[in-house]
Write a protein that binds this ligand. Structure first.
Ligand code: GLU
Length: 288
């Protein structure tokens, strides 16, 4: 069971088509099911109307899939998991602004400036878990790693293409698991959903390779099954940066509505024939 999990905060482009084809191709290897999950909890950036466009784009490429519940219908499960982590004393509230964090950051981590720990309590936080618009809830990363490794030993995970890994989420610092402007963060929601959906091979772009270290830790903390991962190369433009609509990548919907043959495009992609100026990059430390 694999999945493609697009966020409706902008139209799909060629990079998404590639990711969806890889995920479906990987499912087919095991005669498995290819799932699509709409990750629609991205605060102000969320545009629910795009989900129908995504479905039309994927069908145009000739894909077939089983759609599972979108994230907006799963908030109760995120809340329950956050409460478990809070009960273990692994979450704490943080009211710092972006500017404060950037000013004191402990360097750059995979997700951006590393939180300097301003609000981190010295002892496990025992106040109530009370989500509010001015409060983010962070995972005390060092404490969480200690908790997990004391109970589970080392946290191994397997990337099908890069072999056995040991979870090393410390470079992220104290990640936000419950956001100010939205419910659960990507890390918490995606980890819970993959477990709930029975995803056995998490297929995603190599740009998210490091995030899987955090997800492996969350699986240990929450007693979730550990899948395998398949981090695939991502498409980059002539500037060497990942394709993005804001950097001019043509949307799939635009191409579909202009009458292009989607099945032919999918065949070209599967053969590794990308549009002019576009190439596949397969390194973990991709320029953002
Ligand atoms: N919703 C995420 C995105 O569009 C998916 C990441 C993932 O595959 O885990 O980037």
């Amino acid at each position: 069971m694999t999945r493609f999990a697009p966020s409706p905060n902008g139209p799909l482009h060629l990079g998404h088509a590639w990711a969806a084809l890889v995920a479906q191709g990987r499912a087919a290897v095991d005669q498995g099911t290819f799932l699509v999950r709409i990750e629609d909890i991205d605060g102000a950036r969320n545009r629910p109307e795009l989900a129908d466009q995504f479905r039309a784009d994927l069908a145009w490429l000739g894909l077939s899939w089983r759609e599972v519940a979108p994230q907006s219908q799963r908030i109760a499960s995120y809340l329950a998991a956050a409460q478990v982590l809070h009960g273990e004393g692994l979450l704490y509230p943080c009211r710092c602004t972006r500017a404060q964090i950037a000013a004191g950051a402990h360097g750059m981590g995979p997700d951006g400036p590393v939180y300097p720990g301003t609000c981190r309590p010295s002892f496990p936080y025992r106040g109530a878990f009370a989500p509010a618009p001015d409060v983010a809830w962070r995972l005390d990363m060092a404490r969480a790693m200690e908790w997990a490794t004391t109970r589970h030993g080392s946290l191994a995970w397997e990337d099908e293409r890069r072999g056995l890994q040991q979870a090393d989420p410390l470079p992220f610092g104290d990640v936000v698991l419950w956001r100010k402007d939205a419910p659960a963060s990507y890390h918490l929601a995606a980890t819970l959903d993959d477990a709930a959906d029975g995803v056995s091979v998490v297929t995603r772009g190599v740009d998210l390779f490091r995030a899987s270290h955090v997800h492996r830790l969350l699986q240990a903390l929450l007693g979730l099954p550990v899948p395998r991962w398949h981090h695939h190369g991502v498409l980059v433009g002539p500037d060497g940066r990942k394709l993005a609509k804001r950097r001019g990548a043509a949307g799939l919907a635009e191409r579909r509505l202009a009458g292009e043959d989607g099945a032919a495009l999918a065949r070209r992609l599967k053969d590794g024939r990308f549009d002019a100026g576009i190439s596949l990059v397969d390194t973990i430390d991709l320029a953002p």
